[in-house]
Design a protein around this ligand. Structure first.
Ligand code: ADP
Length: 514
């Protein structure tokens, strides 16, 4: 029969069993758990689980009986501490993230939950503290915050740089002595620099926001210019040196040189067009006077020279009976030099004629192969030291001025010889390329530098280093280029310094109706 004593013992051991399970459960938790006794002075810790010891590094006996504040070490001015203190005083629960220190002094972030335990009378007798080491999370959060700050700082610096760059560019744009306009993709002016406003005597309000073609009295409304500008954005082909002669409002008749480019500023402003406008009225006027002078001077020189030439020919035809051999050879030399002088003057005259568009063209069909052959033959006779090797044939007929085309070939071969001292050979090659004839003159001489190549077809241009060594006026290539262009062909050069040059030109073949 069971006594009340037995029942007491059984319930006693059941209680112990339960307590044991609870303790084991608390000890296997990952969170640090403590219980403090609020009824004792300074609220000492009366229980801690294993995880609390592991997290803090303190041993059981170093923990029990102490107030939790030892975990804060000297770091006692954290605002979380006051929050914690107030909650404990008021007997409330709270959650804080607080900096704590392990026994070995290392910092760890403690996520601490504190809950009060009340007795039957509602008095707070104990507090239970549950803590988690959230150092890794805090570090990650911190790294993220720093990263964000650094990105923000970079953005700020970059923005400042862009603003500075923009200010810098804008100060350049406003001080350059060239008129500049920026257009959007619809050719509406979005900015005009001070020089533009001053030159054309217009205001910012009249200009910005207006279509380029409607500016002033429609002075830029030029069909050819429109066509070129329309191509800029899709093809990225700039407009180079487009001349506009116009009677501008306020400033009168002027010649303006226009260059236009697509602009892109660090990936921004993609579809913008920058137009640079240079007033070349004075320069054009100087050039015109120079041309007039050249034209008049060569005319004036040509007249007496023709007379001298006639007189020399007269003397050659009727030499005095007593004339010595020396007399005759000297006369021949005079004749040769008069011819050379005559050629030079003719070239000068040609340039001024080309400039003014007054060059006479006698267009007739001619067989280009024969023209080339004849020119090569006569030059071979004049320069026996050079082997001018002609290859290829086209059997093509060209409609053009044979004399002028022969002058082009003559110029190219003469240059090939002149600028390849020491070489013995010049190759001339003719071929058909589609509807065109292509003629190439290949030399193995000094070649042309890339910088010079750009200017070689300009009037009076001569490569700097050759100026003193070789005679010449720098107009042969200019004339040749213009002649070929007038015949609807192109003349160009490929060259490598020290290796030689190849000058080639094309001419359209005359279509024969069958
Ligand atoms: P010129 O021969 O009277 O100087 P050109 O107009 O024929 O005038 O040629 C212009 C310049 O181009 C020359 O001064 C020379 O510098 C360069 N040049 C022309 N042809 C050649 C060539 N075949 N090889 C190297 N340079 C050349």
């Amino acid at each position: 029969m069971e006594t009340s004593n037995d029942a007491y013992h059984r319930s006693d051991s059941k209680l112990e069993n339960n307590l044991d399970i609870y303790l084991k459960a608390l000890n296997s938790a990952n969170s640090g758990i403590i219980i403090t006794d609020n009824t004792q002075p300074d609220n000492p810790i009366i229980y801690c689980n294993k995880a609390f010891e592991t997290i803090t590094g303190y041993e059981h006996n170093e923990i029990i009986g102490h107030n939790c504040r030892f975990l804060q070490s000297q770091d006692r001015s954290q605002p979380e501490r006051s929050i914690l203190k107030a909650c404990i005083e008021e007997g409330k629960e709270c959650r804080v993230e607080i900096r704590n220190y392990r026994k070995n002094g290392t910092l760890f972030w403690n996520e601490l939950y504190v809950s009060p335990v009340q007795n039957d009378k509602g008095e707070v007798t104990h507090f239970i503290g549950v803590q988690n080491d959230i150092t890794d999370r805090k570090r990650a959060e911190n790294d993220l915050r720093e990263e964000k700050l650094s990105v923000e700082k970079k953005i700020q610096t970059r923005t400042q740089e862009l603003i500075d760059n923009q200010a810098f560019l804008s100060s350049i744009i406003h001080t350059v002595r060239e008129s500049l306009l920026v257009l959007d993709a619809n050719y509406v002016v979005i900015s005009a620099n001070t020089h533009f406003l001053n030159t054309f005597k217009v205001s910012q309000e009249d200009t910005v926001g207006t279509l380029l073609f409607e500016l002033g009295n429609h002075q830029w409304d030029i069909e050819a210019l429109k066509e070129l500008l329309i191509k800029i954005l899709p093809t990225n082909n700039p407009v180079i040196d487009f001349e506009v002669e116009h009677d501008f409002p306020h400033i009168g008749k002027k010649v303006m040189l226009l260059n236009a480019y697509r602009v892109e500023f660090e990936g921004q402003y993609k579809d913008r067009i920058l137009i640079a406008i240079e007033d070349i009225t004075d320069k054009t006027e100087i050039d015109r006077r120079k041309d007039d002078f050249l034209s008049i001077a060569s005319h004036e020189l040509k007249t007496p020279l023709t007379t001298i030439k006639g007189l020399v020919q007269l003397l050659q035809r009727m030499p005095p009976e007593s004339a010595s051999e020396k007399y005759l050879t000297t006369l021949d030399k005079v004749g040769t030099y008069v011819d050379r002088l005559n050629n030079l003057i003719t070239e000068l005259l040609d340039t001024s004629k080309i400039r003014s568009g007054n060059i006479e063209v006698h267009n007739e069909p001619f067989a280009i192969d024969k023209t080339i052959r004849d020119t090569v033959e006569s030059l071979s006779l004049a320069t026996p030291n050079y082997n001018i090797v002609l290859s290829g044939a086209t059997e093509a007929v060209i409609l053009g001025d044979e004399l002028q085309i022969s002058q082009v070939i003559n110029n190219l071969i003469s240059n090939a010889i002149k600028y390849s001292p020491g070489a013995e050979k010049v190759d001339v090659h003719v071929s058909r390329v589609g509807d065109f004839v292509k003629v190439s003159v290949i030399d193995y001489g000094m070649g042309i530098s890339p910088q010079d190549k750009k200017k070689i077809f300009e009037r009076f241009f001569r490569a700097r280093d050759i100026q003193k060594k070789f005679p010449g006026l720098g107009i042969g290539l200019y004339i040749s280029h213009e002649i070929v262009a007038n015949h609807k062909g192109t003349l160009w050069v490929e060259s490598e310094i020290g290796k030689g040059s190849t000058f080639s030109f094309t001419l359209p073949i005359m279509k024969v109706d069958k």
